[in-house]
Design a protein around this ligand. Sequence first.
Ligand SMILES: C[S@@+](CC[C@H](N)C(=O)[O-])C[C@H]1O[C@@H](n2cnc3c(N)ncnc32)[C@H](O)[C@@H]1O
Length: 315
Amino acid sequence: MNSTFSAELGVSHHIPILLEPITDFLVTGLKNLPPEAAPGIILDCTLGGGGHTARILEKMKSDTSLLKHCVLGVDQDPDAIARNRIKFKNEIDAKNLEIIHSSFSDAPKHINGRPIYGLMADLGISSDQIDSETRGFSFRFPAPLDMRMDTSRGIPLKEMLMVLSETEIADMIWKYGEDRFSRKIARKLVDLRSKNQLPENTSLLADAIASTFPPAMRHKRMHPATQSFQAFRIAVNEELKELETLISKVFPLVQVGGNIAILSFHSLEDRLVKSEFHQRELYDLPSRKAIQADDQEIEMNSRSRSAKLRLAIKK
Ligand SMILES: C[S@@+](CC[C@H](N)C(=O)[O-])C[C@H]1O[C@@H](n2cnc3c(N)ncnc32)[C@H](O)[C@@H]1O
């Protein structure tokens, strides 16, 4: 579905993952505050389709004493912001929710001294982004080579592929996509570029990548371009740098006793979150192991298969 169209309707097709464990954890944190605690916020760093925020607000409404606090929802995707402004009009008017167009690394600018009692980030992209025919995250249909979550800034994929060297393209595909054909793929793309034939859209780019694979590997369950596309997306949106800044600049702003929930989808992200949370002097952990979706959730939403949830309480 075209993302602008769904933004107009205020409708998201994203299914929130591990909805109850995340929202229970954050709202329980609010319930455990002493009655005299100053009004504060739960920071949803990745508002997306608003699924987790909607459930947090539902739980806060069922105990009206919690409504002196509010949710601050941040997303760097202008379509997601537009969609959520429609979806949550009543909650915004009632001042239970504030929505900000920003990267989460810039979230500190929008806190205005309010205590942060809970923080969540559901990393990566939403179904609304991947299903959009205009944003360039998918090769299921011919979309422009863009992949920026924040279309108001940054460098689209096409421009990136025009300027990076063969080695830089190969390193990017290897580091963020762990594709063992990274060098062959980079060589192919640079060869096409030198003939002024760099693919114009995501489907053609995926075909060019697939052509570098041995024929027997081109028709496996996972499309040969999947890992390269993941790598391109991570690079275009500087996703690891964003997560590092979230950890180093925003986690320290969470109150002592505040709850942090991070849902990640690949090992590079999970490794960063795990090594931060495993510092015993900084965090208490409800569970040392990551929480994963059960079979029932995976059956209903295959995207939940690779999700890893880590919870921590600030010391
Ligand atoms: C997986 S979706 C979140 C889904 C949401 N939890 C829900 O239930 O609907 C991830 C969202 O985070 C946003 N996002 C990713 N990285 C971001 C960043 N660094 N700053 C702000 N938003 C970001 C994406 O634009 C996307 O809308």
